[in-house]
Design a binder for this molecule. Structure first.
Ligand SMILES: Nc1nc2c(c(=O)[nH]1)N[C@H]1C(S)=C(S)[C@@H](COP(=O)(O)OP(=O)(O)OC[C@H]3O[C@@H](n4cnc5c(=O)[nH]c(N)nc54)[C@H](O)[C@@H]3O)O[C@H]1N2
Ligand SMILES: Nc1nc2c(c(=O)[nH]1)N[C@H]1C(S)=C(S)[C@@H](COP(=O)(O)OP(=O)(O)OC[C@H]3O[C@@H](n4cnc5c(=O)[nH]c(N)nc54)[C@H](O)[C@@H]3O)O[C@H]1N2
Ligand code: SF4
Ligand SMILES: [Mo]
Length: 745
């Protein structure tokens, strides 16, 4: 006998609906795309298709590990928590709270535990040393939107289903399935866009899958988008093409200032540094101005670069100047179902990291500075690290140095299902349950989706007796961090979290539950616990919510449970007035915190223009993703690995020739940070002078327990990323556009 389970795939931002068949032992026997899913309509990628294999992976931990005599041995939950309590308290007492750092990895944005219970843990730790995968990813976008719109989470997304021109910079959605743009079946949506007469332009040093199926590909030099976009603004200004539209008239300031700032960046001046023709740049500006509905979209290749924040800002500046912000077919703000607290005007750099003075943003410090906090003695030196769903040794800059620093820490605790390059250093590993054992709702991605959608997946498989859910692990750690002795009363801790959440919604004038009686709400939520109870509250308090009775047709978790394929809340609608949280109440198009960096932008332009004329033998390294990978943790799924070597150093034929490198040969790649030896793959997809290596590999370090991944371990590309190279405004790591030398091994 099998049973059918409908749930959302949590593996990437696309949020596809899955239709799983489970046997009597709760094993996944088949996976299909859920054709009735209101958003994904049956789409499925290879990762979703192999989710059963991931769930059944024998290397996935189901019980904690504790280090005894140098080895990570199995332990009970009681033993593991006791070990954390004993050692954490000692470090906090002796060295203070900042001695314990917290690193939060990418899957936290894909779990309810990560979205709802990290904050209590972070607060309980009382440390300023909090970093996350955001600062090797989209932090510049949070900072630019924070300054533009007053809210770092107000990120406009391309209205891909209605646009007529989509300009993609530094993104490869046909492979990544989209990011900061939740849209299941992006390949299908891009094809549909072109079928209805729309066009896709891709700006990327590599002829990616997305680029080869686009109407035009501009093979820019890595890191040069900032100049390209400034020249687009300059062209719009000099040719009288600036027209933000009447809909923004009362909500916008700083246009003239931006135009003045862009004036020096003419297409002629920036073209050599961009590696493009001035006419190509003008063409792009004209197309954006001419198309009735157009949108510029920038992703990883515009973010993990030296001018990540300025570039991310310019993307939205151009959407504003061409009249495409907050308009159908342009860049629009999703309206998710859950309640979000009202924001005060965004501020960043409220404090700085101890050693390198890197700025705080969205409550965290850039992870590029973490290793320095560990190895530099002094008050506040980091002596312990807690990772939750992260693998910073493979994902963050200067991986080898971080790896060495982790080995020296007094305590490492990893909340992770695997023994990875990072968690191999752990003294205690606390494994979360499998995906199907947990409830799932996309709090993060419903706020980035190209349609307003709500979709909940209850747990499909029970937890084992005594096995905690991930939110219980996080709350237990929080209580331990506050000095409580395990066993921890998780329900009591959770009651406190709920009271805080209720206090937040009743105090919010805009929430459906403003001024309601907290006790009444608590009573109404009594039959649930944990993240589902919080989620129910947030849904009922949200703009589509039932308000606990005031809007009987509104949403609640019960409504979503009755709609396993999701609830479609419609196409995106204009909503700029309610989005804006700036001090002036307007879009601040020329925020000083960002424009201050333009002086550096100009200086680097002159350097880059000069460098464009000389060939000093160095190459520029960029990253890439593959349809069958998910950062560092998909490589243990045999059905995805399929024996094919994915971690190759791609090189243009001319660059390979110049170095006497043949396809399949070993090449040494060297940067100022380190060196790796990788297998050469020659391809003319790359712009000459550019080489590419994917990240997330390097699974052959001692102690890593990933038996499938170890067979094709690949190399850690982040050994090459210098931790000293960051986007100055946000502190985000530079992972694309790294200078390297390549030679025969
Ligand atoms: N050179 C280079 N470096 C990059 C990038 C690049 O393009 N180039 N990309 C960057 C980007 S965009 C990102 S987001 C980061 C990712 O950086 P990280 O988040 O640090 O790395 P991941 O590989 O996503 O590791 C996720 C970890 O979480 C564990 N995990 C999976 N599911 C769960 C769960 O439900 N709960 C818990 N507790 N753990 C879980 C996995 O076993 C794995 O160890 O890497 C960045 N690094
Ligand atoms: N299959 C798969 N899907 C994934 C992931 C995965 O690991 N595998 N990871 C997920 C995560 S965490 C994220 S954040 C997203 C990322 O989603 P995307 O940003 O769409 O993915 P990338 O493939 O990293 O695309 C970055 C592109 O930028 C280009 N690039 C590099 N430098 C520059 C530059 O200076 N300028 C320009 N214009 N382009 C440049 C690269 O050649 C590359 O094509 O993908 C998500 N989806
Ligand atoms: S595209 Fe993303 S969400 Fe959809 S099946 Fe693949 S991994 Fe899952
Ligand atoms: Mo990411």
């Amino acid at each position: 006998m099998t049973r059918t389970v409908i749930r959302t795939c949590p593996l990437c931002e696309a949020t596809c609906g899955l239709r799983l068949e489970l046997d009597d032992a709760d094993r996944v026997v088949s996976v299909r795309g859920d054709e009735q899913d209101v958003f994904s309509a049956g789409y499925l990628c290879p990762k979703g298709a192999t989710i059963g294999e991931l769930e059944a992976d024998p290397d996935r931990l189901t019980t904690p590990r504790v280090r005894r005599g140098g080895r990570l041995v199995e332990a009970t939950w009681e033993e593991a928590y006791a070990e954390v309590a004993r050692r954490l308290a000692a470090i906090q007492q002796q060295h203070g709270h900042d001695a314990v750092a917290l690193y939060l990895g990418n899957p936290n944005v894909h779990t309810l535990a990560g979205q709802l219970y990290i904050r209590p843990l972070a607060k309980a730790l009382q440390t300023t040393n909090i970093s996350s995968a955001s600062s090797v990813d989209q932090l510049p976008k949070h900072v630019s939107c924070g300054h533009l719109f007053g809210d770092p989470l107000a990120i406009p997304v391309p209205d891909i289903d209605r646009t007529e021109l989509l300009v993609i910079l530094g993104g490869n959605p046909r492979v990544s399935n989209g990011s900061l743009m939740t849209a299941p079946d992006l390949p299908g949506r891009l094809t549909a866009l072109r079928k209805r007469g729309g066009r896709v332009v891709v700006v990327d040093p590599v002829r990616t899958r997305t680029a080869e199926r686009a109407d035009r590909h501009l093979a820019i030099r890595p890191g040069a988008d900032v100049w390209l976009l400034l020249a687009v603004v300059e062209t719009l200004a000099t040719e009288g093409l600036v027209d933000p539209g009447a809909h923004l008239a009362d909500h916008l300031e700083g246009v003239e200032e931006v135009l003045a700032l862009a004036a020096p960046f003419t297409p002629e001046r920036v073209a050599p540094a961009c590696g493009l023709e001035p006419e190509e740049i003008r063409w792009l500006a004209w197309e954006l101005a001419d198309s009735p509905r157009a949108v510029v979209y920038g992703r990883l290749g515009t973010s993990t670069v030296p001018f990540g924040t300025v570039t991310s800002w310019l993307v939205d500046v151009i959407n504003v100047l061409t009249g495409n912000l907050d308009r159908p077919g342009g860049a629009m703000f999703p309206k998710p179902a859950h309640h979000r607290a009202q924001r005060r005007p965004f501020r960043h750099a409220r404090r700085h990291s101890r050693v390198r003075g890197l700025p705080e943003a969205i409550g965290e410090l850039p992870v590029a500075g973490l290793v320095d906090e560990m190895v530099t003695p002094g008050q506040g030196q980091v002596r312990a690290l807690i990772t939750v769903a992260g693998n910073p040794v493979l994902s963050t800059p200067d991986g080898a140095r971080l790896d060495a620093a982790l080995a020296e820490l007094e305590l490492v605790v990893a909340v992770d299902p695997y023994i990875t390059a990072t968690s191999r250093h752990a003294d205690v590993i606390l494994p979360p349950p499998a995906i199907l054992q947990r409830a799932h709702y996309d709090l993060a991605f419903s706020a980035l989706a190209v349609r307003n959608v709500a979709n909940h997946s209850p747990a499909a498989v029970p937890l084992a007796p005594g096995q905690p859910d991930e939110w219980e692990i996080l709350l237990t750690l929080a209580a331990i961090a506050l000095g409580q002795e395990p066993p921890i009363d998780v329900d009591a801790a959770d009651a406190f979290v709920l009271q805080q959440a209720i206090a937040g919604v009743v105090a919010d004038d805009d929430a459906r539950l403003a001024s309601r009686d907290p006790e009444e709400l608590t009573a109404a939520l009594a039959r649930r616990r944990g993240p589902e109870r919080l989620l129910d509250l947030l849904l009922r308090a949200g703009t589509y919510g039932d308000g606990f009775g005031t809007h009987p047709d509104g949403l609640s978790l019960a409504v979503l449970e009755a709609h396993p394929h999701g609830v479609d809340l419609g196409a995106l609608t204009p909503r700029i007035p309610e989005v804006l949280a700036t001090a002036s109440g307007r879009i601040t198009l020329a925020p000083a915190a960002i424009t201050v960096d333009l002086e550096r932008v100009a200086r680097h332009l002159d350097d880059a223009s000069r460098a464009a004329d000389v060939d000093d033998g160095t190459l520029t390294l960029v990253g890439r993703r593959h349809l069958r990978t998910n950062n560092s943790w998909s490589h243990n799924v045999a059905g995805l690995a399929k024996g094919q070597q994915l971690c190759t150093l791609q090189l243009h034929p001319a660059d390979a020739d110049a170095r006497g490198l043949a396809d399949g040969a070993d090449a040494v790649v060297r940067s100022t940070a380190g060196e790796v030896t990788a297998t050469v793959e020659i391809t003319d997809r790359l712009r000459e002078g550019v080489v590419s290596l994917p990240h997330g590999f390097g699974h052959d370090l001692g102690g890593v327990e990933l038996s499938v991944a170890r067979r094709q371990p690949g190399v850690n590309s982040n050994v090459l990323s210098p931790r000293t190279e960051v986007d100055a405004v946000s502190g985000n790591a530079v992972l694309n556009g790294i200078e390297v030398e390549v030679a025969r091994a």
